[in-house]
Design a protein around this ligand. Structure first.
Ligand SMILES: [Zn+2]
Length: 267
């Protein structure tokens, strides 16, 4: 009740006001507790209440009121006046407090609804943002999947191009089949892997032959002027793809054939 500089003013309670009103009506105001009278001097709210209360007490003093018979009967007894004034003031006060509390409750309900709806919309917004982010992630993944697919397709095309038969060399094979040639007993297989090798073996003469290897582009990738029977050609020196080999005897083509070097999974 003393801190008036502060906004949270602690005003006089009803008992203090009633006592002050009583003393005021009885012209004994100087007997009032100085703390209370100081507050009344400084506080508009409490001094106004005191004046109203004093009027009520004064009226009750003059009237032959039947409202509060006990009070009237012993109206000059300060304690009873205190009681009467307190009852009146308490009624006023409790009404004010009740009204205030109702308004406060209504307001706080509205506030709570408002806060809830804000929180709900915020959490909805957050969920939306999360959804959008995961959508973006999915789109990014799809993009990179698409790129990977493109790369695979490009690689597949590149790989397939390594196995496209060479037209000129194919025609040469066809011609050599018609003209009859060297009886080659090895190699007989067509498909190999890079860790395989070709072994060149033939039945009859000559003892040595010349060897040339082409890729499917018709480029010479290997040339050995003289190989013996049983010559081993390791394939790890070549890339995957389709190849052709030619065997020569004294600058004359005696055998032409082809072989594939496959990827492990393609075999
Ligand atoms: Zn006050």
């Amino acid at each position: 009740m003393n801190d008036l500089d502060n906004n949270s003013v602690s005003h006089l309670d009803d008992l203090e006001l009633a006592m002050a009103a009583d003393l005021l009506v009885e012209n004994r105001y100087e007997h009032l507790d100085p703390v209370v009278s100081n507050h009344i001097e400084e506080c508009e709210v409490c001094s106004e209440k005191l004046m109203k209360l004093a009027d009520v007490v004064d009226e009750m003093d003059e009237q032959d009121s039947t409202l509060l018979p006990d009070v009237k009967k012993t109206k000059r007894v300060p304690n009873d006046w205190l009681l009467a004034a307190s009852v009146v003031f308490l009624l006023i006060l409790s009404f004010v407090v009740w009204r205030g509390r109702q308004e406060y409750q209504e307001l706080s309900m509205k506030y709570k609804v408002l806060v809830d709806s804000v929180e709900q919309s915020e959490s909805k917004q957050l969920r939306l943002e999360e959804l959008e982010k995961s959508l973006e992630r999915i789109e990014l993944q799809q993009d990179s999947l698409e790129k990977i697919r493109e790369e695979i397709a490009m690689n597949e095309n590149a790989i397939a191009s390594l196995y496209v038969p060479n037209q000129n060399l194919e025609e040469e094979i066809a011609r050599s089949l018609r003209s009859g040639n060297l009886e080659l007993t090895s190699p007989v297989e067509t498909d190999y892997q890079r860790n395989d090798h070709l072994t060149f073996l033939w039945e009859s003469e000559p003892a040595q032959l010349g060897l040339v290897v082409y890729n499917n582009q018709g480029l010479k990738v290997k040339m050995i002027s003289s190989i013996d029977k049983g010559f081993v050609l390791p394939l790890n020196q070549f890339n995957i793809g389709m190849y052709y080999y030619e065997l020569y005897y004294e600058n004359e083509l005696v055998k032409i054939n082809k072989f594939n070097i496959l990827l492990d999974e393609l075999k």
